[in-house]
Design a protein around this ligand. Structure first.
Ligand SMILES: Cc1cc2nc3c(=O)[nH]c(=O)nc-3n(C[C@H](O)[C@H](O)[C@H](O)COP(=O)(O)OP(=O)(O)OC[C@H]3O[C@@H](n4cnc5c(N)ncnc54)[C@H](O)[C@@H]3O)c2cc1C
Length: 415
């Protein structure tokens, strides 16, 4: 393979972000706000939202709502969002249950439910207003190239496939926000550990006899979680996890049979389930990068850690990656790829990342180990959680997005 042409002088940005999904786009907006020039490379072409902005329902923690309001993204949503005022967790066939009420913590809501597609449109509308951002799309990351001149130039060359062929650009810092199968992470030589939960999640909107009243339900079973999230449009966002070997059969069910299945698994807390919208299916795995920084590079969002969606933590955590990185860059404007900036980013992310991964994984395992010995222990876990105020407060703080070293934009409605 011939060496890529050195990038022309003009194609330089202090920061290049690879991936304009939920987290990469959020980082681009946060960096524009503090006056940093960014090149954003996204594989999807102009005029099309990346595929990840689909019909999945996203639970935004309070910290996320604060930050996205301050970044002027949430005000651009067109569909109504649903407030999560209560969280109810139960386990099918067991006695343990947890009921959390935001009012007990001085809040109207723990967070809000947003449809990913609508969020994608809001991010896109905001991206279009940014003056310092240059977007490259379609631009598929191919790998890193050689720096012209000496290695001490202090940057990286990104090679990408555009509509008219391969091109290259230079940056002092490259951020991999390219999702679970991150090519940036691989090209940096950062190893990752993957665990397949052997579950498939089906997501659809669901209409029930009782309209959402602000309660988010999480029902744990041996084969996966089933959750009903209170959307803002009178529907629930229904998430139904099944063992992977059952997935084809569940996908083949017609709507009436699917509703009957949901009703059987979930029970009658929302009355009769009436109708269901189109279903999408997601095979679920956890992928954890062993490092989140390398020389002149960082990985954020799903590229750094892909979690089981059960705890609704993935984007919330990824946004905190992005906002923390933006703060570290603001402290090192002269050279955003400097070792000190990246070391600070890695250090600030450690606690939140470790605790959130442990929380999501713990919940996921509570739904996937059908051994009868485990069952009472899991029930006792929920039982203890419902009675231990300190433990509950910790879980609530995590659910609201306040773990570890919290970025400033998460803390206040308008920063
Ligand atoms: C069913 C389901 C429900 C979920 N619910 C929640 C929830 O309630 N709350 C929550 O916080 N999280 C939730 N998540 C997790 C959330 O969707 C992810 O954490 C989030 O999408 C991660 O964003 P990201 O930008 O890191 O990666 P992605 O959203 O995957 O974006 C990656 C981007 O990179 C682009 N890309 C990929 N490769 C390249 C390349 N080579 N070159 C250029 N561009 C590239 C892609 O086109 C894409 O735009 C859920 C996930 C699922 C599956």
């Amino acid at each position: 393979m011939s060496a890529p042409a050195p990038p022309p002088e003009g194609l330089f940005h202090p920061i290049a972000i690879v991936g304009g999904g939920l987290v990469g786009a959020s980082l681009a907006i946060a960096l524009d706000r503090i006056g940093v020039d960014v090149g954003l490379l996204e594989a999807a072409p102009p005029g099309a939202l990346p595929a990840v902005f689909d019909q999945r329902n996203l639970s935004f923690a309070e910290a996320t709502v604060h930050a996205l309001t301050a970044l002027d993204v949430l005000p651009r949503l067109r569909a109504p969002t649903g407030a999560i005022a209560r969280i109810h967790i139960s386990r099918r066939g067991d006695f343990g249950r947890v009921a959390l009420n935001a009012a007990d913590y001085g809040r109207a809501a723990f967070g809000r439910v947003v449809v990913a597609r609508d969020f994608g449109d809001a991010l896109e509308a905001k991206l279009q207003t940014l003056s310092r951002l240059r977007r490259y799309r379609p631009a598929r990351f191919l790998g890193f190239g050689e720096m012209a001149g000496t290695a001490s130039d202090g940057g990286r060359v990104v090679r990408a496939q555009g509509a008219d062929g391969e091109f290259a650009l230079r940056a002092k810092l490259v951020v991999g926000a390219d999702g679970t199968a991150s090519g940036v992470r691989d090209a940096l030589g950062i190893a990752s550990d993957a665990h397949d939960y052997l579950q498939t999640l089906f997501v659809a909107r669901l209409r029930c006899e009782r309209a959402p009243d602000g309660t988010a339900y999480e029902r744990l079973t041996d084969h996966g979680p089933t959750a009903l999230l209170p959307r803002g449009d009178g529907h629930y966002g229904a998430i139904h996890g099944v063992a992977r070997d059952e997935a084809d059969a569940v996908a083949a069910l017609d709507d009436a049979a699917y509703v009957e299945r949901l009703q059987h698994v979930f029970g009658w807390r929302v009355g009769r389930m009436l109708s269901v919208g189109p279903r999408s299916a997601y095979p679920i795995a956890r992928v954890l990068a062993r490092e989140i920084v390398a020389s002149r590079a960082a990985v954020i969002g799903n590229a750094a850690q892909t979690l089981h969606p059960i705890g609704a933590q993935g984007f919330n955590l990824g946004l905190r990656d992005a906002l923390t990185l933006a703060e570290c860059i603001a402290e090192h404007r002269a050279d955003p790829g400097a070792e000190a900036a990246l070391a600070r980013y890695a250090q600030r992310r450690r606690e939140d990342r470790e605790r959130t991964i442990a929380f999501s994984d713990g919940l996921a395992r509570a739904t996937s180990n059908p051994g009868s010995l485990m069952r009472p222990l899991r029930s006792l876990g929920l039982f203890a959680l419902d009675r231990d105020d300190a433990l509950r407060a910790q879980v609530v703080a995590g659910a609201m997005g306040y773990r570890g070293d919290v970025p400033a934009l998460c803390r206040a409605e308008v920063a």
